[in-house]
Design a protein around this ligand. Sequence first.
Ligand code: NAP
Length: 254
Amino acid sequence: MRILILGGTGSARLLADRLVAAGHQVTSSLAGVTRNARLPSGQVRTGGFGGVEGLKKYLASESVEALINATHPFAAQMNLHAVRACQEAGVPNLRLTRESWAKRADAGGWLWAGDHVRAAHLAARIPGTVLLTVGRQHSDEYYARLAGRRVLCRVTLAPDTAVPDGWELLVDRGPFNLAAERRLFTTEQIAVLITKDSGGEQTAAKLTAAGESGTKVIMVSRPPLLPDQQAVTSINQALAWLDALGEPGLDCIG
Ligand code: NAP
């Protein structure tokens, strides 16, 4: 089967590896924003498609039979384009995303914000050191409201713009285990954690450490799925969805 994976995440890479091993013709598409990205098995293409029309043309010219959008849960524009293009082209499509943190037992105690502006506004009203983990491309939305505050801004790559006075960059790709997160929250006396609902296990230790140390958590909500959009939260579920499309030979569902 010819499968297009919209990637840029670890699960997209693992999915491509599994599908290639199962004998499928897989192309992974990367936005091209991450330097030195780890590449998945199979074909790789890089860069935007040129909106819905561009993606529709690509689906037709490459005879794509199924699309799995495994981009980050906050990649809302790509998701919208993928759903529209697939609907118009008649290509089955699935969203593979991470389980939201909203289902965690401690989520009820967090302050939820609809966007980064609201999150910055909430944080400005709580005194103490801030740990900001919203990603490189959104950190600057906090500069104005949190200038002069002590902010530890944790990013995988340093932003292009200089951070305000009082801010310190923690450039770190992780993984962030619980012991290290506990040390960070205690040593730096983190009063406020601002993060976004990326979900999954990989970066969840900070939430446990925050809960243990009495840190206020401000959580930016993720963009919703589109109406009637099919979505799964595990690679095995994505493989089962492909299997159900009627293609024989997928025997790797665990
Ligand atoms: P976005 O706002 O939803 O997408 C903006 C545009 O970038 C899309 O319209 C599309 O351009 C292009 N694009 C995005 N993902 C693409 C892909 N996998 N292949 C080809 N083109 C793609 O996306 P974003 O939030 O900027 O994220 C960009 C990439 O970074 C995604 O692959 C995502 O998985 C990864 N990422 C995002 C976050 C986050 O917090 N947003 C975090 C970690 C990783 P065209 O309209 O021209 O097709």
